[in-house]
Ligand binder design. Structure first.
Ligand code: 13P
Length: 258
């Protein structure tokens, strides 16, 4: 099964409005109206509307970086999946390690958010990944499996087909230390085995698993050439149009020059 590669930029809490619009416009201009690779940008939620305008005539998709699990109500400071959809998003990143670590989100919290996001018609990008200590003590597979089973508990095969997973080892995020293609591939292949055993071979072969953690224009091609790496969730390198576009180019099925 040929999975379409998917490159998403997670801008985190960066850019001002003008910078966000300029970055999105530059990406949209280059990607154009159709692309052999799925591309999305995930700006800060305050700029979703402006960025949505900037990319509206292009194949670039829009994603939020988080949402709450309720549709509306007295939840000061939160945004609902329905609002995220209403503003024009297709995607929402959920369970990013920064949300897990800094904002203490549990697998249960993430599970509720993923369910709510699916209910609102969004494609959740669900993040999992181990810390350096967990890797060094041989716990990578157990941790990543536990996060995936906890965050995605109770979903049907049909629901799983609407989800994207991002494997983001915490030690590789924002550090410049990228997982080797072999390290990443090993985890991706293991996650696919888990999907096969928990669901079925259709889910295991169709579901896309992005890698995230210090992906840049130089290392993207070798990561993306691995059989189970279906794209990238890019942080720092997504804040410059040229660097991000080079990663998109590296994901093209026939190579960057095609
Ligand atoms: P960096 O690419 O800056 O390491 O961030 C990765 C990430 O957290 C994407 O969600």
């Amino acid at each position: 099964m040929l999975r379409r590669k998917f490159i998403a930029g997670n801008w985190k809490m960066n850019t001002n409005r003008a910078e966000a619009v300029a970055l999105a416009s530059a990406i949209a201009a280059k990607v154009g109206g159709s692309s052999p690779v799925d591309v999305a940008v995930c700006p800060p939620s305050l700029y979703l509307e402006a960025v949505g305008q900037a990319i509206k005539n292009s194949a670039v998709g829009l994603g939020a970086q988080n949402c709450y699990h309720e549709a509306k109500g007295a939840f000061t400071g939160e945004i609902s999946p329905q609002m995220v959809r209403d503003i024009g998003c297709t995607y929402v990143i959920l369970g990013h390690s920064e949300r897990r670590q800094i904002f203490k989100e549990s697998n249960h919290d993430i599970n509720r958010k993923v369910l709510a996001a699916l209910g609102a018609g969004l494609t959740p990008i669900v993040c999992v990944g181990e810390t350096l200590d967990q890797r060094q003590t041989g716990k990578t597979a157990a941790i990543v499996r536990e996060q995936m089973e906890g965050s995605l508990a109770g979903f049907s095969a049909e629901q799983m087909l609407k989800i994207v997973i991002a494997y983001e080892p915490v030690w590789a995020i924002g550090t410049g230390v990228v997982a080797t293609p072999q390290q990443a591939e090993e985890v991706h292949a293991d996650l696919r085995r888990l999907l096969e055993s928990r669901y079925n071979s259709e889910v295991a072969s169709a579901l896309r698993i992005q890698y995230g953690g210090s992906v840049n224009a130089e290392n993207a091609a070798s990561l993306l050439s691995q059989p189970n790496i279906d794209g990238a969730l890019v942080g720092g390198a997504s804040l410059k149009a040229d660097g991000f576009l080079a990663i998109v180019a590296a994901a093209r099925p026939n190579g960057p020059e095609a």
